[in-house]
Each structure stands twice: as C-alpha cells, then as structure tokens.
Design a protein around this ligand. Sequence first.
Ligand SMILES: [Zn+2]
Length: 507
Amino acid sequence: MPRKRIAFARIAQESNALSPVTSVLEDFERTHLLYGEELIEVCGPNKREVKGFLKNAELSGFVKAARSFGDTFELRPIFSAWAVPGGPLAREVFEGFRDRLIEELRSMGGVDGVFLSMHGALCVRDLEDAEGRLIQSVREVVGESVPITVTLDLHANLTRRKVDGNTLLCAYRTNPHRDHFKVGQRAGRLLCQTVLGQVRPVTAWRTLPLILGGGTTMDFLSPMRAIYGWMKRQERDPRVLYVSLFNCHLWLDHEEMGWAVHVITDGEPSLAEEIAEELAEKAWAVRHQQPPTFPDASEAIQQARRARLARKLGTVCMSDASDMVGAGGTGENTALLRAFLEEGTDLRTLLPLRDPWAIDALWPRKPGERVQLTVGGRLDPARNAPIPIDGTLRCNVDVEGFGRISVVDTGRLSLTLTEGAAMVMQPSFYRNLGLSPWRADVVVVKSLFPFRLYFALHNRKTIYARTFGVTDFDAGLREDHFSSPVWPKDPVDDWRPTDRRRRGIVP
Ligand SMILES: [Zn+2]
C-alpha cells in the first residue's frame, strides 16, 4: 500500500493590536525559524524543537503520533515560524509565509492530510483575520475532502473562516500553557486516524460575546478547573474526539472577537452540537468573575516597602501588568522605572526595559564607567515617556534567546536593558547577568502568571502594578471597536443572538 502523505508547518505569534511596534521577520529569526528537513530533525526524540523555549512542542507531538503508526505515513515538513508575542505582523512577512506554504503544498501534487500549528490570535497589519484566510487558502489547495488539523492556543479567536467541517481545531488545555506536546500528539493521532478512515469527524462550535481574562482563567483554579474537568469527562465517551474552549486573547483587532467552544465527534453531529451548547453555557456562566483592579506604580512601591518580612525572607515580585510581554506588550513602559527613581530609592530593585538604542550607546563602554543617557520612549512615545539615567555600567552581555543586554546601576536599582521585547519571568534572566534575586527587595517581571511558578522559591509577595499600557484589561475593551454589544463592556443577557449571527445562521 502506498504511504499516506501528511504535510506539516507552523506559523505562530500572539499579537497585541494596540502595540505600535510592527513585528518583522527578524522577530521570528531571533526566536525560531526552520525550513524543511531541519524542521523534522528537531522534532525527533531527544531533540529540542524550539531552542531556548520549549524542548518538545506541538510538532514533536504530531511527529511522534504519526510514527506510532509504523511506516504508514510519509511526513513532509514545510517550515516552522514562531516569535515572541508582539505588535501586528508586517503584511509582507505574513504573505511571504503564506505563499511559501501554499507553493510547497501545491508542488507536492496532493497530500492526504495537513497538520498546522498556529496561535489563533495573530494580527497582521491591514489584513483582517489573516489566520482564517490562511486556513482557507490551504483548504483551496488541498481540496474539500482532505482533513486539516490545526492546533491552537486557547487564547485563539474563532471566526467563521477558521471553522469548517473537515478542519479539526484542537486547543491547549492549560493556562499558563504547558501542554504543547500533548496537544500536538492528540491532534496528530486524530489526523492520522482520520486519514486512515478509522474515524469520521464532524464538528460544532459556538462563539460568545464575552471578553474576559487576566488571572481568572487559570486551568487549575476556580472557575476554569471545574469546566476543564467536565470537558475531560465528555472525552471519555469514545464518540467524542476533542473538546476545545477558547478564552480569546483580549487585545485583537477583530470586531467580532470573544470566547468560543469547538467540539469534534466521530460521526455524531447532534452529540457535537449538544456538547458545544452545554459548554458555551458553562463558559457564559463565569462572566461575572471579573479580574481584580491593580494599584498604580506609586501604591505598588508602598506595598513593597510595607512587606518587610517578605523582603527579608526572599523578594517581592512586581508584575508590570500593563506591559506584559507575554501578551504582546512592547517591554518599553517606563512608568515603574520613573516611580522607583522618584519614590523607591530605598529598595534594592531589579527592573527590565527594552531599549536597543541605549544598548548601541552602551556597548562600546567599559564596565565600571559612569554613564549618562536617556532610556525609553522611542518605540511607543505616545505611552512611554523617556527617562534620564545617571549611573554606572555594570556589564554588557549577549544572552541566547534575549540578545544583547546592558545593565546600568543607579542608586540601589539595577536597570537591565534588552534589545527585543524580553519575556522576563524567570530568575535565570537576572542570574545570567550576575544579579541575585535573593538580595533584591523587588524583582520586576513582565509576565502575568508564569513567573509565579518560576519564582516560587524566591517570591514571598506578589504585587501587580497598573502602569497604563497596551496590556491593560480595559484597553482590550475599546469603545469603538466591536460590531455588537460584548460583555462586560455592555450589558448582554443572552449570548445566542450574537452567536447565531457570527456563525452565519441568521444575517
Ligand atoms: Zn495563550
């Protein structure tokens, strides 16, 4: 019997539509960009799929699943592109990826299946719903009958373009995300079984006029824990192939964004509809769990000062909640820096800031030299005011995954300047620069939740500071943005009319 051919690729980045900083090809080159054979190479056992970030992710999971069928499948790697979250992607970069994907699929002269690893919350400048369009383009090339499996971050926004009966959408189940491999493996097995005719998937979905996030959607905490438990129980029924819940990234440019659910069953359309309906109801029921409000920079510093015992036994982790790089923040927000320089000089503080121009100026200088410069306010000048710094250069270091970093000490504050938007959420970020989190009173991070796991040993108190930036919860609920009422910006009693319109059931 001839081997079945499955092509696979990844294009993934989470966007923050409010960021003025356009993502470019270098953002992928810096993080992860592999083509053809070098891609399948890193998906093997004991390899590192995404260097510096993840050992095994979705594509390794898919490859493992396909190989568990022996020699049945011929796997055709196309490319894998993944960047740290950022502003919307430049349109020509996205179209370059799309054209390459379509061209290669076409040149294969027919495949039996396609596996795509995507994010689902990617924005492209001047191109609405780019990912939905990409899935449609792939569908046009491979034909109606060929199954396409797409793994998605649970922060994806489902749109009508992304959903069709023969496209199998499979979402992460964990937040913070740590099940990339497992999702890839499950989705991969599902695709292989579909190609072989062992299962006959049918899908159902619902979309909710609901925007909610920011700490209320952790999978292991209430209220999501009970919902994920319920989803798992549905999947014990062998007729239920995959159940997904999407919490939707808050800062997109789509006017019909919101939470969504998606269900795949084995040839049971009414069962899929039933589960989708019930899950949508469960998701809608948590809408009253609004995220807490955070203190401003000044109040956050006072809270840190009052936390004497916490500082003595370890450190205080302060999350710059308005500039979370993990959600596409620029990493350039200077509000905390200003506040520490003006009101927090008694606190030993480690604080990151993105400023490649400052690094250019500091790179030729020697450690120990006195340096005077202005930092910040160049990437997003409308939001971030520049700050003058007078201090001592501690070091210039090149760190894998982060690029060049310069550290300037000013008073008791160590300012770590990074070239790109740096996901500062692990103690190793500071340790690699010779800075001890143990000795700091305050360690500033650019992460909403993952840092709590990484810093568990050091962190004696967590403070979230609101510094007014592109990752503020209410910044996602722009007044003029939505095509129809959305909770909690507007009072919405019933999600069904919006759902029916968004799905195209009623005009
Ligand atoms: Zn996510």
